[in-house]
Design a protein around this ligand. Structure first.
Ligand code: NAD
Length: 284
């Protein structure tokens, strides 16, 4: 079987063109969209990602401040910064970068982000709104998976979709978004027994565990659609996903590549959410 590559590049380019036009319109109206990136780590992968977000914002006409609180910031300091940015009338979107300092959980600090500015949907309130089917921002990575599937016209209604990973920012919100698309959703995780039998009977498998090679050809059914969310650093420094592409190719009907699949759509979606937050805030 020929395995189709589910690229995210063309979709991301189309989304970015739309976002840029909307950012220009906001700027002409003296309401230029403005993102605050809050960082509290000295992790090189995080620094690389922050830099790429800054460049993306710049290309799209979105102003971007980076607030670096350092790797030893405590929860109170991070919450105070997020509260201040939430109340700052010049800021439209807030993104809190991970990892956080040791001992600080995302849940305890992210609740200080106003839901209207929570463009990466990380706060417990945003997750609750998503669960209840109310308007709000979904985490960009989870939403990007659904956008990518839609873009490639992969039907979800009534189909068996298995998400591997249950984090609050990827697996869990993705399961909610897929349910809203009428998929029959199963969530696999590190304590699931016989995961291969679960993924093997799915029409669509989404790997979001952060484990290199977790999903191989033997773990999927013939003709399955496979989405690889994993972004892992291989021993040789290359960025690789959770899927063993070599063994999956030829057996899957389609596979999203890493890099070039979910990743560019995630960044495009995050930037679009900043522009939406600005449009909503300035429409009243
Ligand atoms: P996380 O570590 O918070 O959660 C990982 C989840 O995977 C957990 O729920 C755990 O139960 C599950 N898991 C771990 N090992 C497993 C195993 N052996 N079998 C089954 N389940 C297992 O990670 P996260 O923040 O949700 O990120 C997941 C992956 O997605 C990572 O590789 C991350 O880098 C990537 N990611 C990609 C993007 C993107 O834009 N492409 C964005 C965010 C995260």
């Amino acid at each position: 079987m020929d395995t189709v590559s589910l690229s995210g590049k063309e979709l991301a380019a189309a989304m970015n063109a739309d976002t840029r036009a909307r950012a220009v319109a906001l700027t002409e109206n003296a309401t230029a969209p403005h993102l605050a990136l809050v960082v509290a780590n000295d992790d090189p992968a995080s620094a690389w990602y922050v830099n790429s977000l800054r460049k993306a914002a710049d290309r799209l006409g979105i102003a971007c401040d980076t607030i670096d609180l350092g790797p030893s910031a405590d929860a109170a300091t991070i919450r105070a910064e997020l509260s201040a940015r939430s109340e700052d009338p010049g800021i439209d979107g807030i993104m809190l970068q991970t990892p956080l300092p040791a001992g600080v959980t995302l849940e305890e600090v992210s609740s200080a982000i106003a839901a209207t500015k929570d463009v990466d949907g990380v706060s417990p309130l945003s997750l609750g709104l998503l669960a209840a089917g109310r308007p709000g921002f979904a985490p960009a990575t989870a939403a990007a998976v659904v956008e990518l599937l839609d873009h490639h016209e992969i039907p979800l209604a009534g189909r068996r979709v298995v998400v591997v990973g249950r984090s609050n920012i990827v697996g869990k919100p993705l399961a909610l978004l897929l349910l809203a698309k009428d998929a029959t959703v199963t969530v696999g995780h590190s304590r699931s027994t016989d995961l291969a039998a679960i993924t093997g009977s799915a029409d669509v498998v989404v790997a979001a565990a952060g484990r290199i090679g977790l999903i191989g050809g033997d773990d999927i059914g013939e003709g399955a659609i496979v989405i690889d969310v994993g972004t892992n650093e291989a021993p040789d420094g290359a960025i690789v996903g959770d899927v063993d592409a070599e063994s999956v190719r030829g057996r899957a009907a389609a596979l999203s590549p890493v890099p070039g699949g979910v990743g560019p759509v995630t960044t495009a979606l995050l930037m679009r959410q900043v522009v939406i937050a600005a449009e909503v805030r300035h429409s009243g």
